[in-house]
Write a protein that binds this ligand. Sequence first.
Ligand SMILES: NC(=O)c1ccc[n+]([C@@H]2O[C@H](COP(=O)([O-])OP(=O)(O)OC[C@H]3O[C@@H](n4cnc5c(N)ncnc54)[C@H](OP(=O)(O)O)[C@@H]3O)[C@@H](O)[C@H]2O)c1
Length: 338
Amino acid sequence: MRAYELTAGGSSIDALRRCERPDPKPGPAQILVRIQAVSLNYRDIMIARGHYMGGPVGSNVIPLSDGAGEVIAAGSAVKRFRVGDRVAGTFFRNWIDGAPPPGPLVALGAPPADGVLAEYAVFDEQDAVAVPAHLSVEAAAALPCAAVTAWRALVELGRVAPGETVLLIGTGGVSIFALQFARLAGARALITSSSDEKLERARSLGADGCINYRTSPDWEREVMKLTDGRGVDHVVEVGGSGTLSRSIACVAVGGRIALIGVLTGVGAAGSPYGLLGRQASMHGVFVGSRGHFERMNAAITVNRLEPIVDRIFRFDEAAAAYRYLESGAHFGKVALCI
Ligand SMILES: NC(=O)c1ccc[n+]([C@@H]2O[C@H](COP(=O)([O-])OP(=O)(O)OC[C@H]3O[C@@H](n4cnc5c(N)ncnc54)[C@H](OP(=O)(O)O)[C@@H]3O)[C@@H](O)[C@H]2O)c1
């Protein structure tokens, strides 16, 4: 099959190269999926740069965690799917539901697990979900990482409620899904961006407080003004060590910070003690389980929610898609059709 591979030891997107791999064959409890579309996440840039989850990327790997397509063969013991079903793989292998399992979770698209930037992929039937019927395959491919993370942070852990206020940082994949889920829940959304044009797009999706973090570098003060000095009930913290202390400074009494991202790095982030007086909490979020994905899909289906896919590249433009994401020019998600 046609695929892409990241070569071990690479330090940039230049490590991405076309390759041929043997067509995968499903085992008895597995499905073979013809991948029709994939999407990129910021983690894929980190993996291409050769460093992920605190360590080097030690072996060649087919990248990308997020793919959707059609089941074209099923093993003899498969019960959940049939040939012809439209599915997406889950980000993690073998986390069905409930609390995260003990021991390291294996995520697609980083060693030891090949990802989905290929014509075919095999999944254990337990590690795939049916995708919402109203979605294009590119929109479905946007869901496994960014959407599940935003859903879990705000809905399942955050229990976001009508009338609460949510703060979103930047206009990338996680933040724009979180904006859409906040609106579904009846919450008010504030959002930051480096671009006034992107803020206008966010406003058209329902954001009602828009702050340019370039022209207002002390954006936490703007957040306090926009909330009459109360602060926000939820922060979807994708910014990392460069934004965390500002997020802590504008969380409300009893508020929650979902610690998700590392866009500005993971260095020293200042004191967490601002949480104490506000009796606020901070919770690490690492994507989610198949159960999170399935419950989110139910909400997406009922609300006919449309993921925001900024641009769709062709398979032979994979490097250009990576560079587009790396440039930060996108709004929402970047996809490729296979
Ligand atoms: N823990 C998890 O499970 C999990 C899951 C998914 C993602 N993540 C992490 O969450 C982060 C976002 O991921 P993503 O895939 O949504 O990224 P993305 O789509 O690449 O979004 C990046 C956007 O973030 C904004 N940004 C960049 N630098 C910023 C800064 N210094 N301050 C504020 N905003 C900044 C920019 O928005 P503007 O152009 O609007 O300024 C940029 O376009 C990454 O660190 C990723 O690794 C974690």
